[in-house]
Design a binder for this molecule. Structure first.
Ligand SMILES: *[C@@H]1O[C@H](CO)[C@@H](O)[C@H](O)[C@H]1NC(C)=O
Ligand SMILES: *[C@@H]1O[C@H](CO)[C@@H](O)[C@H](O)[C@H]1NC(C)=O
Ligand SMILES: *[C@@H]1O[C@H](CO)[C@@H](O)[C@H](O)[C@H]1NC(C)=O
Ligand SMILES: *[C@@H]1O[C@H](CO)[C@@H](O)[C@H](O)[C@H]1NC(C)=O
Length: 130
């Protein structure tokens, strides 16, 4: 990854992180739970998959309908953005599995107004694991 794009990813990560508390007190906060991937899911790098989440509890007027999906590893945020700017009411969005080290402790976080995390799942296909 080029340094500039890494920097951009880091910057937008912190922009999002800083923006969340501002929105929290407003009405109609929507935090959809991620349904897929879940525990037991195995993804291979470069595959395409639909991340899906439950929109059944969506309020009529949500404060922020723009979604963002980021990767986490070992319970910690990474600067990797998998998708951004889609409508959170879609309930799914197709992403490409990023080229990362193998691991069974990946999870996703879906941001609308605030974030919710998926269960841990596995990404496989590279020669390196930690
Ligand atoms: C995230 O989703 C889980 C599962 O639906 C739910 O129990 C939890 O309250 C949610 N977390 C937040 C911060 O809304
Ligand atoms: C994601 O869902 C859409 C709509 O159901 C479907 O057309 C597409 O093939 C799915 N993508 C994958 C990778 O399954
Ligand atoms: C949603 O927003 C519209 C336009 O601002 C308003 O007329 C309506 O009463 C709102 N509905 C709810 C349930 O807040
Ligand atoms: C995911 O894995 C991490 C590290 O092994 C662990 O601390 C965390 O509790 C797991 N999360 C879930 C939802 O199982």
């Amino acid at each position: 990854m080029k340094f500039t794009s890494l920097l951009l990813a880091v910057v937008s990560f912190f922009t999002v992180a800083l923006a969340i508390p501002v929105n929290l007190d407003k009405r109609d906060v929507f935090v959809p739970p991620i349904l897929y991937p879940h525990s037991g899911t195995v993804w291979t790098i470069n595959e395409r998959h639909n991340v899906t989440w439950d929109t059944s509890n969506a309020p009529v007027n949500i404060t922020n309908s723009k979604g963002l999906i980021m990767l986490r590893k070992d319970n910690m945020a990474t600067p990797l953005i998998l998708a951004e700017g889609f409508n959170i009411l879609l309930g799914r969005f197709e992403i490409t599995v990023p080229w990362v080290v193998e691991g069974d402790d990946y999870s996703l976080v879906l941001f609308g107004d605030s974030g919710n995390w998926s269960e841990n799942f596995t990404i496989t296909g590279s020669d390196i694991s930690f």
